[in-house]
Ligand binder design. Structure first.
Ligand code: NAD
Length: 341
């Protein structure tokens, strides 16, 4: 008999609410390092199994991300299955009630298609959610941009090119990408930027002296480092074969379309910083606020840079992709916290 979906999770809750037409899935993957953390994703899926598999995969990735970020937290994720007849507000209320029922085993927050307004609805039902309230953890996107800057600095060291001589192509000028440009410009880096929203590109050109790159030329334009801050999946194996950069480091999750694409990049000698290490700033700031009510000091995020330096060093010695080393290290940390699963 096939194993059930999520058999490596501590809990998998699948809830159907007839009134709102909401199917809510909450996967709590592992809490051996601490209460699970993960946002709420609202997305359309082909079927119920695909939605559950996505929730489980995302929750698992959060476990490894927490372990590498050295926060006392574990991995979880909530998914609301989007559908044309969904009562959105009621669906977020259902999600909030499921989170509350877990009694603090799972803390949630934003993810794809979940806005600050949605989270305020969730917060009416549960204590275990981060919102944009004044008494909250602070600016999480800024923490992500800070973390990516530390990761990029470690990568630049490895490439033996100081930031003030680095050409960095930033794809996506949203809250994180724009903030990253601001930080890189302050350190003297040369910026190449692209976005599908022309006003954002114009602002980066004006404010940081960045050079505009057409959105469809982002993966064929030469730079030292490609910093993906838009959506994942951009680098296929074919793109990886010719991507004209020496390193990749950004905030976007799963920028490589699959393992084959990541392997092609590695075999070409590209230094690829694992996304789940580089983009952990918001998690660190949010989790430490939830669990210890502390606002992180900026120095706390510098640890991301140290982790990246260590991973790139071990990857060079072992001739393995840094993401492989990162996953092995994360598993070690989780298993040594509470015995093998
Ligand atoms: P955002 O939605 O504010 O910004 C994304 C930007 O990418 C937008 O400006 C959008 O127009 C642009 N974009 C979309 N498709 C594009 C394309 N094909 N080419 C160029 N630009 C394109 O998102 P964000 O919060 O800045 O996050 C950026 C990435 O980092 C996302 O993948 C997100 O999942 C990830 N991430 C964000 C955080 C956080 O704290 N916000 C934390 C971890 C990971």
């Amino acid at each position: 008999m096939a194993a059930p979906i999520g058999d490596d999770c501590e809990h998998l809750r699948v809830v159907w609410d007839r009134e709102s037409r909401a199917q809510v899935i909450v996967a709590v993957h592992d809490t051996r390092l601490g209460p699970a953390h993960g946002g709420i994703r609202r997305w359309t899926y082909q079927d119920a199994a695909a939605a559950q598999q996505d929730a489980v995969a995302l929750a698992r990735a959060m476990t490894w991300k927490c372990a590498l970020a050295e926060v006392p937290a574990g991995g979880g994720k909530a998914v609301i299955v989007d559908r044309p007849d969904l009562d959105r507000e009621a669906a977020y209320r259902v999600a909030g009630r499921v989170v509350e029922e877990l009694g603090g085993a799972f803390y949630t927050g934003p993810d794809v298609n979940t806005t600050a307004a949605d989270l305020r609805v969730v917060a009416a039902e549960t204590r275990f959610v981060a919102t944009d309230a004044d008494d909250g953890p602070g600016d999480l996107a800024a923490a992500t941009a800070d973390g990516v800057l530390h990761a990029l600095t470690a990568l630049a060291d490895r490439l033996e090119t100081p930031l003030d001589r680095l050409r960095c192509l930033v794809q996506g000028l949203g809250v994180v990408g724009f903030g990253l440009c601001e930080r890189l410009a302050r350190r003297g880096a040369s910026l190449l930027v692209c976005d599908i929203v022309p006003e954002r590109v114009a602002a980066a050109v004006r404010q940081f002296g960045a050079r505009e790159v057409a959105a469809d030329e982002a993966l064929t334009t030469a730079a030292d480092v490609f910093a993906p801050c838009a959506l994942g999946g951009a680098i296929t194996a074919e793109v990886a074969r010719s991507l004209p950069v020496r390193g990749v480091c950004g905030a976007a999750n799963n920028v490589f379309a699959d393992a084959a694409a990541a392997q092609v990049a590695h075999s070409r000698g590209l230094l690829v910083v694992p996304d789940f290490v580089a983009n952990a700033g918001a998690l660190i700031q949010g989790a430490l606020w939830n669990l210890q009510q502390v606002r992180v000091e900026p120095q706390r995020l510098e640890r991301i840079g140290r982790t990246v330096a260590e991973l790139l060093e071990r990857a060079a010695v072992d001739d393995r992709p840094p993401a492989e080393i990162a996953l092995a290290l994360a598993r070690e940390r989780v298993e040594s916290a509470g015995g093998a699963s």
